[in-house]
Ligand binder design. Structure first.
Ligand SMILES: CC(C)(COP(=O)(O)OP(=O)(O)OC[C@H]1O[C@@H](n2cnc3c(N)ncnc32)[C@H](O)[C@@H]1OP(=O)(O)O)[C@@H](O)C(=O)NCCC(=O)NCCS
Length: 175
């Protein structure tokens, strides 16, 4: 199923996929999905305890495989770093759902949330520069970063030798 969606309401349901806010009952699956990609060096690992503390940041894409049988197809978090900056973090799409527009859909959910909050810009650390560029982000120079964007770095094993790319997107009001 191709999901090339530019603007989606939070209650949009293509096929059996639906986007909703995360619940504490999603913690196990969110942790598994993030751990899957973290083990492959693609993103920062997050403990279930840390995910629980920040569960209100997260959106999930759920695939209803059969009545009563759901699978987490993707997850993303929007974490406020201050009144003018939010970080897209914990973005992960299930390996069987790659390149079908779900990653973009999750980033759009963060953008919509940012607009609702009147948050003017989004930030992300990533190895996936091309993906974020496709979502309208631009690479920024590490020397120009807001100090708050380093908040998670102290617990990162690659802190001394970070290869992640900082990217930013201005959120136009009412887009
Ligand atoms: C990165 C990730 C979230 C992308 O999700 P996805 O659902 O596969 O991506 P989408 O299908 O929404 O792609 C949106 C656009 O980005 C492009 N894109 C996606 N991944 C890309 C990649 N690795 N390299 C280049 N372009 C890429 C797609 O071609 C598409 O562009 P188009 O609309 O111009 O054709 C997913 O691959 C993932 O979960 N990766 C592992 C974890 C990770 O790296 N998370 C990011 C941490 S910040």
């Amino acid at each position: 199923m191709a999901l090339r969606i530019q603007s989606v309401p939070l209650d949009f349901h293509p096929g059996n996929l639906s986007l909703r806010r995360a619940r504490l009952s999603d913690l196990g699956e969110i942790h598994q999905l993030i751990s899957y990609w973290a083990a492959r060096g693609r993103m920062l690992v997050r403990s279930e305890a840390l995910l629980a503390e920040t569960i209100r940041d997260f959106f999930v894409l759920e695939d209803q495989l059969a009545p009563g049988e759901d699978r987490l197809a993707g997850v993303v978090g929007l974490h406020l770093l201050g009144p003018d900056l939010g970080e897209v973090r914990g973005l992960a799409v299930h390996p069987e759902y790659q390149r079908r527009g779900l990653g973009r859909w999750l980033v759009l959910a963060c953008e919509r949330e940012a607009r609702d909050l009147a948050l003017p810009s989004l930030f992300a650390w990533t190895y996936e520069q091309r993906f974020f560029e496709a979502c309208g982000f631009e690479r920024i120079d590490k020397s120009h970063l807001h100090p708050r964007v380093w908040s998670e770095c102290q617990r990162c094993p690659f802190f001394e030798n970070c290869q992640e790319i900082p990217m930013r997107k201005v959120v136009a009001p009412g887009d």
